[in-house]
Design a protein around this ligand. Structure first.
Ligand SMILES: [Zn+2]
Ligand SMILES: [Zn+2]
Length: 415
């Protein structure tokens, strides 16, 4: 079998791997680099595609691939549901930023006809020699690691993976395989203890509210917003929910089988106040409250509306809930103390208190080592990380397994 890495190798973004075996060509994910709408190259021939999860760095290119290849696309029901929202949203953002569109609304509608829902642990045959099973990857609801069986040889592609339980999900389910293709986002870093961080997050927010301030909590729509709602559900101040997070919360509640404790999510969602329009937005900032909204890295969405109104008051606080990619507004805020409004390129100097919490949805370095020990592979291919992470994790693997590969984009590996 041959693997070609079209993207997501020595980088985070546009994950896209082709596997060829005796004339059959299978894609594992096909994403984009979200901030620049950068697309991976495509093979000339593709027979089918398996999608690990809905994030655009794994799914963002699929409508364009479908336009050219008309292939079946396999994933979980939840992943397809989420990816439709994210792909639609990416078209909206590209229009707003006047970036070229890589697919149209029509392409989006077309691709949905070729989506095949696959449940966890249901073996699916692609031809006489290739079959696969999806394992819960614990990263976001619906996310999967893909176990391929190719003429009896087992290959596990982790996708993005988290092994520890969170409020929203159980940790990953991990099978054994001879060949492991693993993400390494945190290949050189260890996460702080989740429970301690959750307590710190609540305490800092409570402090801001007790001092009469408003707490603005930018959060990713998929997973992070819902987790934050659960952490803050009984905090004793009003919690408002705004942006794409609302649609995704509804979707999570529609497919409760993918959620660790659907009742807790339902209670948390019910106890929040959902903001539906600008009128409601304008009416809520007169007293201490918490606003949970998109975008998680301040690239757009209602968070900028709130920031415009809250940024001058030092009593107010902004609480980032995840890693902030270089070049994003969130990173600019932490490094330079201001953000740029994408609508008119004006600078917003933020006087509010600034906090950042590392609520990661990825395995840290120690958990990645744990994954390798469970899978017991003889060959490991390290992908989906900055070069420092990929190389550092590749170094750790040397001597522990027979073969280690840390490919660059464009590399081919024959096994
Ligand atoms: Zn992801
Ligand atoms: Zn990813």
């Amino acid at each position: 079998m041959k693997f070609t890495f079209y993207g997501g190798a020595m980088e985070v973004g546009k994950s896209s791997i082709a596997m060829e075996h005796r004339g059959y060509s299978l894609m594992l994910d096909c994403g984009i680099k979200v901030d620049k709408m950068e697309c991976p190259a495509q093979p000339d021939h593709i027979d089918s595609l398996i999608l690990s999860h809905a994030h655009l760095d794994h799914s963002g290119m699929i409508p364009a691939i479908y336009k050219n290849h008309r292939i079946p696309i396999y994933s979980t029901k939840m992943t397809f549901g989420i990816s439709h929202f994210l792909q639609e949203d990416s078209i909206k953002i590209a229009r707003l930023k006047k970036q070229p569109l890589i697919y149209s609304d029509m392409d989006l509608a077309n691709v949905q006809g070729s989506e095949i829902n696959v449940g966890y642990l249901n073996e699916k045959k692609l031809n006489d020699e290739i079959s696969f099973e999806l394992y819960d990857a614990g990263h976001i609801p619906g996310s999967a690691s893909i176990l391929l069986n190719i003429s009896g040889r087992k290959v596990l592609y982790t996708g993005d993976i988290k092994t520890k339980d969170t409020y929203l999900q159980k940790g990953a389910d991990i099978p054994e395989a001879e060949i492991l293709i693993t993400e390494s986002t945190y290949g050189n870093r260890i996460h702080p203890k989740r429970e301690e961080m959750e307590k710190e997050f609540r305490d800092r927010i409570t402090e801001t509210l007790n001092n009469g301030g408003i707490a603005l909590v930018p959060a990713f729509a998929v997973g992070r917003s819902q987790e934050v709602l659960m952490i803050l559900r009984d905090i004793g101040y009003p919690v408002y929910l705004d942006g794409l997070s609302k649609d995704i919360t509804r979707l999570f509640l529609e497919y409760p089988e993918y959620i660790r404790d659907p009742e807790l999510l339902q209670d948390s969602a019910n106890s929040a106040i959902w903001i539906e329009n600008n009128n409601e937005r304008r009416g809520i900032l007169d007293e201490p409250c918490i606003i949970v909204t998109t975008a998680g890295m301040l690239s757009g969405g209602p968070v900028l509306h709130y920031l415009q109104r809250l940024h001058r008051n030092r009593n107010n606080g902004i609480f980032l809930t995840g890693y902030q990619v270089k070049g994003t507004n969130g990173r600019l805020l932490m490094d330079e103390g201001y953000v740029i409004d994408p609508l008119d390129n004006s600078r917003i100097r933020v006087e509010m208190e600034k906090h950042q919490f590392d609520f990661s949805a990825h395995a840290g370095r120690n958990s990645l080592k744990g994954i390798v020990k469970k899978v017991k592979p003889d060959t490991v291919i390290v992908v989906h990380g900055d070069p420092e992470s990929c190389i550092s994790f590749g170094e750790w693997l040397k001597g522990r397994v027979d073969k280690v590969y840390v490919p660059y984009v464009g590399d081919r590996i024959e096994l």
